[in-house]
Design a protein around this ligand. Sequence first.
Ligand SMILES: [Zn+2]
Length: 124
Amino acid sequence: MARQLAKTTVDRFRRRLEDERDRLEAQIAEYEREIEEARLTESSSDRSPDPGNAEASSMKLEYAKELSIEQNTLDLLGKVRRALGRVERGEYGVCESCGKAIPLERLDVLPYTTLCVDCASKTS
Ligand SMILES: [Zn+2]
């Protein structure tokens, strides 16, 4: 039987998740702007007579790095949104896989988690 979290506790996590979501969305907007800038720089360097110049290749590296950081941020944002969805449905704090309560200490560290430690270690 899963324990119900107190409404005040859920509200506290909801606020943390909403803050996190806002922060991640702002970060993604920032990445997209930087990536767009890198893309513009890249396409203008393609037209330059010296395609192998060091500046262009370091820009490409930077661009690839930004993309992977953005992917991680998007993954995290997806988890945060999913956790918020569970808050809305009154399922927050319950393991998505086995239905057991997720310990508060775990939620404190990973507010966006939707799995208990056992299930998370099975899937990862
Ligand atoms: Zn579980």
